[in-house]
Write a protein that binds this ligand. Sequence first.
Ligand code: PHE
Length: 370
Amino acid sequence: MTLTQDFSLSDVLELPPTAAASSLSELQKLIDDERERCGKVISLPPDKFNDAQSDEVRVRFTGRKSPLQDWLKSLRNFPAEERKEAGAKINQLKAFLEVEVERFVTLCKQAAEQQRLNNERIDLTLPLPEVRLGSRHPVAVAAQQLLEPLRRLGFTVIDGPELEREFYNFEALNIPAEHPAREMQDTFFIASQWVLRTHTSSVQAHAMMERGVPLRVACAGFTYRNELDLTHVPTFRQIECLVVDKGITLAHLRSTLNAFFAEVFGRPVKLRLRSSYFPFTEPSAEIDVQCQQCFGSGCRSCKHTGWLEMGGCGLINTRVLESCGVDSKVYSGFAFGMGVDRIAMSKFGIADLRSLYEGDVLMSRQLALR
Ligand code: PHE
């Protein structure tokens, strides 16, 4: 038998001339021949067998009509004392053939499959399957869009850690342990003195301490609070602005907010600063923007008040300046911080905060196009 491409299967599969034995020595000869025949077949290259041929090999060696079945039947011609040993020998061969032939047939099938794949032609004229690109989340898009006007107003965009030292999130911002304001921002403590930041205001402390003053920085990023209800989610984005320089007043804050919101909405919008309290600003205010759905007449999205609360602002508390190493007799500053999803809702005309977090791909795609 030579291993040429067009060997004849019938040569190797040919049945042994004597299909029966009546003594152990005769049987041994048959077994040795069968083993050798099988060895020859399974050492042939598997890629030369198509599926029908490899099936033929399996049937020939392990099928119901294989010579082994005849040999088992012919055991009754054996002398009684040889029968047991003869049976054991046949069964041994059977087990051997089953394992080896099965392994070979699997190789053949794999090779045949590979050949089928190789022969597949690629038709370059066929239309391409539709490629569906994902899109960025509307709040992520909004965060980037909000930073643009601030860049134009001369702010440097910086980043801060989401996993934060308790010190930067609280103490440096005049919120000592036990301060009731900590209650307002229930925190995820990761380890002793490490928290997931509850606001981007922690970046204020980093900026002043690490960059020094004067300073004009903005930052957008994730913040975390231990709260979940109809209008609050535990992970949300904020945007933060900080200016520290000589002679900064509320007038600078107000005009920066005016310019910022005019750019965000593409037209001047009415703002209202409502007196409020934050430990890190003094005086402090809430920033309200006139509802862009009803323009003040009252609707569902503004809960019929005509205004939407966007965030907080104020002049930097002198205590904060001092604890960040800034001389409060020479420098003053303002800061504002806002929830990005609030602005996104208003900008994109979304009525329900929760619809931003339902993972609705259609909605993301539609908003991302704007
Ligand atoms: N950090 C405040 C909050 O998360 C918002 C704020 C920022 C208020 C800057 C004043 C100045 O509610």
